[in-house]
Design a protein around this ligand. Sequence first.
Ligand SMILES: CCCCCCCCCCCCCC(=O)SCCNC(=O)CCNC(=O)[C@H](O)C(C)(C)COP(=O)(O)OP(=O)(O)OC[C@H]1O[C@@H](n2cnc3c(N)ncnc32)[C@H](O)[C@@H]1OP(=O)(O)O
Ligand SMILES: Cc1cc2nc3c(=O)[nH]c(=O)nc-3n(C[C@H](O)[C@H](O)[C@H](O)COP(=O)(O)OP(=O)(O)OC[C@H]3O[C@@H](n4cnc5c(N)ncnc54)[C@H](O)[C@@H]3O)c2cc1C
Length: 667
Amino acid sequence: MQDGNGLDHLAGERAMAQFDLQAMKVYLAGGQREYEISTKMAQLVANDPVFSKEDRVRLARKDLYKNSLRKAGHAWKTILEKGLSEVEGLKLRHFVDEPTYTDLHWGMFIPAIKGQGTEEQQHKWLPLAYKMAIIGCYAQTELGHGSNVQGLETTATFDPTTDEFIMHSPTVTSTKWWPGGLGKASTHALVYARLITDKKDHGIHAFIAPIRSLEDHTPLPNVTVGDIGVKFGNGGYNTMDNGFLRFDHVRIPRENMLMRLATVTKDGKYVRSNKPRQLGYGAMVFVRQGIVIDASIYLSRAVTIAVRYSAVRRQFGNKDEPGELQVIQYRTQQSRLFPLLATAYAYRAVGFWMKSLYADVMKRLNDNDFSTLPEVHACTAGLKSITTSVTADGIEECRKLCGGHGFLCASGLPELYAAYVPACTYEGDNTILLLQVARFLLKTLSQVSKVRPVGTAAYLGNIKQLSTQNCKVSQGHDWLNTSVLLEAFEARSARQAAAVALRLAKGSGSEAEFQENTPELVESARAHCQLILVSKFIEQLQTGTPEGIRKQLEVLCYTYAFSQLIDNAGDFLATGYVTGNQIALAKEELKHMFDKIRPNAVALVDAFDHTDDYLGSALGRYDGDVYTHLYKGAFKESLNDTVVVDGYEEYLKPVLTQNLWAPHSKL
Ligand SMILES: CCCCCCCCCCCCCC(=O)SCCNC(=O)CCNC(=O)[C@H](O)C(C)(C)COP(=O)(O)OP(=O)(O)OC[C@H]1O[C@@H](n2cnc3c(N)ncnc32)[C@H](O)[C@@H]1OP(=O)(O)O
Ligand SMILES: Cc1cc2nc3c(=O)[nH]c(=O)nc-3n(C[C@H](O)[C@H](O)[C@H](O)COP(=O)(O)OP(=O)(O)OC[C@H]3O[C@@H](n4cnc5c(N)ncnc54)[C@H](O)[C@@H]3O)c2cc1C
């Protein structure tokens, strides 16, 4: 056992690093100011005992939830007392690291009001929301309808005699089901419901419905509301009160319909604005773009734990070296771990780009320019889908990379997985979102002779060239060229999209044929998204990366691109753009990249700058003193509160003292 005397067990690893660690930390934080805010907020949380995560996985649901209310309340008090800015407040809540009602209040309720409320409505609701005099959630999904938003059943029927909407849940399946923060915390719900005026159904619109008393927090009359139940995993997402909600002819004022996109006048006239109805999905686009950076953060946590532990853990050995080998030395460990490390870096870079993409579309929307909206929708939907799927699988892979100890909650990995895995479903099921990308690709291809594709779809403008010429790589180092790599990803994506588009074009255009081809459509959407990820990682790297970190980022970028190429070799080969030999050459290049990562691996995860408090992992500790802390941790297990276990007298002793042969015993 190691000594646990505060030594840095990973010092040798850190001494091997070949890049400017501080510059990398600043790069990953998104700039110097962001770095300083992050560091300050991480320390603030780590040093405050109220925010402790200790024992979270052992708490019963009621205690877990109450504790998370306590933390959220304390976070808000800290924000107010310290006069923190909005950005600092956001970071502070991020480091508290528990899914809770404020995620939805700040992340969806407020953005939806901003996006869909008129100026007057924003003036009314936003100040209340900003000072948390009201708590809001985003109530879209119903028991019977989630992905199909147009199929929602809740109704909002206008009554001109009282100038009110009557909110109603006509069936069990119309019960709002899943909204975070709804179950126990929210006072208001942003409800998506079918708008009905004069018996006419105008489809889905957004309404602000008060649901709990601001006096004593009891549900308002004719509102039935509660928590939907325990969810997957210990701790995990169980700190969130995902809720159900039913209305029984509940009346709300007409002004509570968010009226930026459509209005209902006092006399019941429905008037649409000239803005696209899809702007009603704006809050989802906002969260989806944010989810990409979020994926990078979650994956980087798992990778930090797995890399540090792999440098500490030793198994077997060889004749050439004394003692056992660090498991990080094994090629198989590297080939599972280093691509995930590179992926966390890739998602960070692409996440930064997504922010700028979102800022650009918002600016355009304000100027009534809706031209880039379809591309931004496809991009945010597709990248949300890919990055969350890969991250959830990646966290689980990191758990396996930590062997048996990864299965202990003390590793931090089971809880991380449980908290993260619903990201594959919320904010749009990942398959549904890829189908949206596929529809966008089909539409783009169908118009390619008339409308030049823009942004991330621009390469489809070169479809003829991409469909005919093949990869020119003849030696391994030919792959070390970003243009060669980009062309390979473009050609593969263009060919996959063209193949399925052609098959559909030859058919009758029926929905059944479309359905028949959805597996290929999903694959082509995935190819398009992987191209975006590779190309934006390259692009970010080529724009103003500091000298002290550029080389390492290049290595990570090639690692990411080669591992994508190899993992999807079947697709690349099937399109005919590359040969088996070219894939084999890429495999060799990938191994060279692993050799370059190896001495830097621990420093590369240090650069994510996760505090021990935030990681909450005995395996991923900064000092690498894994065994002491696993051992000490066992003594905190409640089963060890007594030396002789509770239950011995009733259940163990009788078994041990009966001294009878069991009737079926053959002995
Ligand atoms: C900052 C954040 C940090 C992260 C922290 C996370 C914490 C969060 C905690 C967790 C919180 C979890 C919270 C939650 O989970 S909130 C609930 C989330 N729910 C969903 O995501 C539901 C998923 N379903 C949909 O989005 C829609 O119903 C889809 C898209 C599937 C179909 O829809 P619909 O049947 O209506 O449409 P259509 O297929 O006829 O298409 C019609 C046209 O519209 C275009 N279109 C479609 N969608 C968009 C769009 N968005 N922007 C712009 N355009 C869009 C589309 O391309 C098409 O265009 P065209 O072909 O006609 O030109
Ligand atoms: C933890 C968590 C938090 C959430 N928070 C909120 C919230 O705050 N507010 C809110 O409104 N909602 C929330 N949701 C709901 C979430 O947005 C929905 O669960 C999500 O949109 C998926 O919808 P669904 O559950 O209806 O899945 P379904 O659409 O029923 O999916 C089931 C399966 O069917 C497949 N499928 C469905 N339709 C098709 C199709 N056309 N073609 C091919 N395959 C298809 C899907 O791919 C999936 O495999 C939350 C969910 C979770 C798990």
